[in-house]
Design a protein. Structure first.
Length: 385
């Protein structure tokens, strides 16, 4: 099968959807398919100089006719059997209003190419109490998603990652299958002790001070500090009985400025814990860093935690994850992945949670090979129907 993944951006390490698509393309290639990647609105600095036979980065096919022509020529040379749009509203349009762009992109494909869409995000839904302008924008974005799932893009197969998204799409008459998110990092066979020893050496070389025997809680990626109170969470953890009486140590991976600010502020008011901003690491070191933690925590809400690449990375290493926000949906009515390694640490039904003391293997679908297999089966089934 010849398959092209169409993303808004492909800048490595800067575009989560692009990183996901690249990992999925790699997994498809590993089992004999010809998978390629193209970015069509690469605001991360993509240009044709970074292009190759298997990957093409274009600045904006929707506003630059030369980019559109280059895409047509590149696709004509490849003649893909399937084009998979990796959709986020703000990726394809600055305000998430790119319904007409679905039709335009479809018109650039070779006539025989079948179409698939993976909806990583759908639309803004602030609720009845939200600002009028946000509710109006969400309504307009829903119309745009209608175009991408219907007459504009005309996909033969529709996937999304979260059951909450699946239910909202179904309410609009869109039958979307679930394709679970995979980790961008391969599982790493390294014990906690060995991983901790390596990471302590890195931290010491970088001038970081942390209790090497402490209870390490890791955070990976962006932190939406306006949505939850990290200081209150850290204070709550510090007041809990710790496994073996260890000192709680919070570590942050990634380059988020909000994380740095939140850690610095909290360190001044929570003296009974360590706070260390590890920062950005080479990909080869990320899995080791994940494996060195006793547990992780995420601000992605419980009702959409399925769509977090960071959570997928933690769980692929067997690291249990504390979910610190319930989300807008009643947690009892919106369970996340069928995964015992996810622990809700917020709200009335989570008041008695305890800190995990060991690894909990993640579901097999966190592996990119399994996700690729599910995708190929869905496409094959549609083509033969």
């Amino acid at each position: 099968m010849r398959l092209v993944f169409i993303c808004s951006g492909l800048e490595p390490g800067r575009d989560g959807v692009g990183d996901y698509a690249r990992e999925l393309a790699r997994a498809c290639t590993a089992v004999g398919h010809d998978a390629r990647l193209v970015s069509v609105r690469d605001t991360g600095g993509g240009d044709n100089s970074s292009s190759s036979k298997n990957e093409l980065r274009l600045v904006d096919i929707f506003r630059r006719p030369d980019d559109a022509r280059k895409l047509v020529a590149w696709l004509r040379d490849f003649e893909p059997d399937w084009a998979s749009a990796q959709f986020t509203p703000f990726g394809f349009h600055p305000r998430g209003l790119g319904g007409r762009r679905a039709t335009m992109l479809r018109g650039l494909l070779p006539p025989a190419t079948r179409r698939h869409i993976m909806l990583h995000e759908i639309w803004l839904q602030p609720g009845a109490g939200g600002a009028l302008r946000h509710r109006a924008l969400g309504w307009t974005q829903r119309r745009s998603v209608d175009a991408w799932t219907g007459r504009g893009w005309q996909p033969a197969v529709i996937h999304t990652q979260a059951r909450l998204h699946q239910a909202r799409l179904q309410a609009r008459g869109v039958e979307a299958k679930l394709l679970p998110l995979c980790s961008n990092f391969a599982a790493f066979e390294l014990s906690l002790g060995h991983a901790r020893s390596e990471v302590v050496d890195w931290l010491q070389q970088a001038g970081h001070k942390i209790d090497s025997q402490g209870y390490w809680l890791g955070h990976f990626g962006a932190m939406h500090a306006h949505s939850w109170d990290f200081t209150a969470f850290a204070r709550k953890i510090s007041s809990m009985p710790m496994p073996d009486g260890k000192r709680p140590c919070f570590l942050a991976l990634g380059r988020s400025a909000a994380v740095k600010e939140a850690f610095a502020q909290t360190a001044r008011t929570v003296p009974d814990a360590d706070f260390c901003v590890v920062g950005e690491l080479p990909k080869s070191r990320v899995a080791v860093m994940l494996s060195a933690c006793d547990a992780a925590f995420t601000g992605t809400p419980w009702d959409i935690v399925e769509k977090s690449a960071a959570v997928a990375a933690w769980r692929n290493q067997g690291i249990p994850v504390l979910v610190v926000r319930a989300g807008a949906t009643d947690p009892a009515k919106s369970p996340p992945w069928p995964d015992p390694g996810l622990i809700l640490a917020e709200g009335t039904i989570a008041t008695n949670f305890t800190l995990p003391t060991g690894r909990v293997p993640g579901p097999t679908f966190l592996n990119s090979a399994e996700t690729a297999r599910e995708l190929i089966v869905a496409l094959d089934s549609s083509a033969s129907a």
